[in-house]
Design a protein around this ligand. Structure first.
Ligand code: ZN
Length: 447
């Protein structure tokens, strides 16, 4: 039974869908005819996992929100972004699992959380020295990366990691962010603070290269899109930052015992999409060092909780007779041709997600029957393909599937324990201090 209000919303929408104009448009659009399909998902058994699974999982997850504030200007808003990381000790979880049902407080003790948050100017919130909210926003994004010290024992700023990625960005110019002041120049964004070459000599921030400000609305409305981009960049930077910290601390030989989980696809969308290629390069550089030290790849997994791929997995798993196509512990690795025919229609020769993804999708049905849409990164140039569905390209494939089996919580059917925890943490504006590296160091010492 719909609630009264729900029904009221639902009726007019239904009328719109049934309207002649919408129906005409649909008659002119492409319809997927099951009889013409040449690509089919064949579930397979994943390769055998490594003898020992990682005992630690580090999950990164952020959230963003926008709130109305009162400053005398109408429609003033502020964005709130937070990114949390959680270190989960799987050995402990396993110990607790033996005594099911797990006491939630005991379970909590297997996790170490840390989170960080920042407030960003939105519409009609102009900080001192600025003449437009957009400039205040740009400065706040720079400050965020400049001020974010991930660990109290490590003074490397997130900005340093950003600058390292910026060095991979192909050279180019952007429209000066001060168009509202009448500047029409094209400017190059430097690794450090610089100024526009026009007479106004206004500051240009290294983070202007992200071009998120181009999606910022000064005058009215929501900036949820811009805040979402900031959160995404922050989450991804944190992953690269932590890996670089590992490198600096000579922890790479321990990397075999840690798996990194990110909320969402391994992709960067919108104006900061150039970061995707930069991240791929940096991950491949780091992974080459890891391979040399450990003879294996890093484990990095993105988890998609919604979207077309999640919906498609649910679709193809359903059989007409009510059964399911995917047996527990089976996977499917969609290829470029499959994706373009079945999920995101395209006639293009260009690889799906070429400019945005630094990894690829993996459908996995866990031992417990959960449908997981994971993303695995392209950690070498051979792995950077959607043409092959050979899992042996990815040495950690079997281990990743086994980890997914272990991580799926009974509390949240198609979600993963640590991701859920990190998300819960990111949703609560708590400042617990940034101590993720310290926690990791302690966890590694204990081993
Ligand atoms: Zn300018």
């Amino acid at each position: 039974m719909p609630y009264e209000g729900e029904y009221a919303h639902y009726q007019p929408l239904k009328r719109i869908v049934e309207s002649e104009r919408v129906q005409q448009l649909l008659r002119r659009s492409r319809v997927l005819d099951p009889a013409t399909l040449t690509h089919h998902a064949t579930p397979k058994t994943p390769p055998v996992a490594d003898k020992t699974l990682p005992s630690l999982v580090l999950a990164i997850d952020g959230s963003n929100a926008e709130v109305d504030v009162r400053n005398g200007y109408p429609g003033a808003k502020v964005g709130y972004c937070s990114v949390a990381s959680v270190v989960l000790n799987l050995d402990e979880v396993e110990r607790l699992d033996e005594n099911r049902p797990v006491n939630p407080i005991e379970f909590r003790r297997t996790e170490d959380l840390s989170s960080d948050a920042c407030a960003l100017p939105g519409c009609n919130v102009i900080t001192r020295d600025h003449v437009a909210a957009k400039d205040s926003f740009r400065e706040a994004v720079f400050d965020l990366l400049h001020d974010a010290i991930v660990d109290e024992e490590d003074n490397t700023r997130l900005l340093a990691t950003y600058q390292a990625l910026l060095r991979y960005k192909p050279e180019g110019t952007i429209s000066c962010p001060y168009t509202h002041l009448g500047c029409e120049r094209q400017v190059s964004i430097m690794e450090h603070l610089s100024t526009c070459t026009c007479g106004r000599k206004k500051p240009l921030f290294p983070t202007d290269a992200l071009r998120i400000h181009e999606r910022f609305n000064d005058e009215s409305g929501s900036n949820g899109e811009a805040f979402g981009y900031v959160r995404g960049v922050w989450e991804h930077l944190l992953l690269i930052h932590l890996l670089r910290c590992f490198e600096q601390r000579n922890w790479f030989d321990r990397l075999g015992s840690i798996a990194f989980f990110l909320d969402g696809p391994l992709a960067v969308f919108g104006p900061p999409a150039w970061m995707s290629a930069a991240m791929k390069k940096e991950l491949q550089r780091l992974n080459a060092v890891v391979r040399e030290k450990t003879g294996n790849d890093m484990i990095i997994v993105g988890i998609e909780k919604s979207g077309n791929f999640v919906a498609h997995f649910a679709d193809i798993d359903k059989r007409d007779d009510g059964g399911q196509n995917f047996q527990p512990e089976s996977y499917f690795l969609p290829t470029d041709a499959y994706i373009k025919q079945r999920i995101i229609f395209s006639d293009s020769d260009k690889q799906y997600g070429k400019d945005t993804y630094f990894g690829r999708k993996l459908f996995y049905k866990t031992k417990s029957g959960a449908q997981i849409v994971a993303n695995i990164p392209f950690l070498s140039s051979e792995q950077d393909t959607l043409d092959s569905d050979d899992p042996s390209l990815y040495p950690r494939f079997g281990t990743i599937c086994a980890l997914l089996d272990k991580l799926v919580t009974s509390r949240f059917p198609n979600a993963l324990g640590p991701i859920v925890s990190a998300h819960a943490q990111a949703s609560i504006p708590l400042h617990l201090g940034q101590k993720v590296l310290k926690q990791l160091a302690q966890a590694l010492m204990r081993k």
